[in-house]
Design a protein around this ligand. Structure first.
Ligand code: FAD
Length: 279
């Protein structure tokens, strides 16, 4: 099992030079897990265009496999092509292609470009050069009209040329297994990697989950709320996420994509507990 499990780690672009220096150390520490790639998110509406591309090209200079997240936001086709060229020249060969969201406050101002259209755009202009990851939602995207529509749109991303998908995080493994089943029934045969969110700050997680439509099970919420000591929260979080990963891998998940929140400890602890340490 050990060698066939694909591991990847997601970062967000820090705002300060200190945060950036810390991120490089985090990246180095996580390298021992031999990840297939690291990825760096893209601020809603392209708000981190410079920082994301700087971090990606910098890390690529160290020879690692790194994937920028990308969405059209409010950008022109020329601006996106420029970024694609920059990445290609830097030897970056993987992109996480997204629709993205509007930065808060800009709600109805501009039209977002669906991810399938971005995938088609990248394929049209760069052929098969990039490996394209797209987003998938086992608990269904919050704006979706229906479960079936969401799967149909995911299929559209693969038909446009995506290679694999990374999911939104979830804590109920059945939602993933059911989703995979439904995707297969709909004719999707590309790998769909579960997104894993270690529990670091529970209050932040609850707030964030409300927006992105990820469900926090009632029993978990009740239990976490009863703890006064952050160490108890940390311990239960690690135990729960390790169990979740174990269940996912035993049930056939092809790998794990960690939302690291730019931190080493939680993801490293889970992977080591799973016996997926230094490979
Ligand atoms: P789409 O696949 O385009 O779907 C968006 C919505 O529209 C869905 O409800 C879908 O059902 C519907 N839809 C899709 N295609 C069509 C169509 N052709 N016609 C009509 N309806 C359609 N956000 C960021 O801003 N930056 C990031 O770096 C980032 N990284 C992420 C990484 C992962 C692994 C995940 C799971 C999410 C990430 N997000 C990020 C969040 C993501 O941008 C939001 O969830 C966004 O609302 C949807 O993006 P998408 O690519 O899934 O959109």
């Amino acid at each position: 099992m050990k060698n066939s499990i694909r591991i990847s780690f997601e970062f967000f672009p820090p705002k300060t030079p200190e945060g950036r220096a810390k991120l490089y150390k985090t990246r180095e520490a996580l390298q021992v897990f031999n990840p297939e790639f690291f990825s760096v998110t893209y601020g809603a509406g392209g708000t981190t265009r410079e920082t994301t591309s700087n971090i990606v090209t910098d890390m690529r200079r160290d020879g690692i496999s790194i994937a920028p997240h990308l969405s059209f936001g409010g950008d022109t086709e020329e601006a996106i092509l420029e970024l694609l060229n920059l990445y290609r020249e830097a030897g970056v060969n993987r992109i996480v292609a997204l629709r993205g969201d509007m930065p808060s406050g800009m709600g109805a101002v501009a039209q977002l470009v669906y991810a399938n259209e971005l995938v088609a755009f990248i394929r049209r202009h760069t052929g098969d050069y990039f490996h394209l990851e797209v987003a998938a939602y086992p608990e269904i995207h919050p704006e979706s009209n229906s479960y079936d529509d969401d799967i149909r749109y995911l299929k559209g991303k693969f038909e446009a040329g995506a290679n694999s998908a990374l999911t939104q995080y979830f804590y109920n493994p059945d939602s993933y297994f059911y989703f995979i089943d439904q995707c297969e029934k709909a004719g999707i045969d590309a790998p769909i990697y579960p997104g894993i969110m270690p529990i670091i700050n529970f209050d932040n997680l609850v707030r964030f989950s409300r927006n992105c439509g990820a469900e926090i099970p009632r029993w978990l919420k009740k239990r976490m709320e009863s703890y006064r000591d952050p160490e108890d929260v940390r311990k239960l979080g690690l135990e729960l996420v390790t169990d979740l990963c174990e269940t996912l891998l035993e049930g056939g998940a092809p790998g794990l994509h960690f939302y690291t929140m730019n931190q080493v400890d939680a993801s490293a602890h889970v992977l080591s507990s799973l016996g997926l340490g230094a490979q």
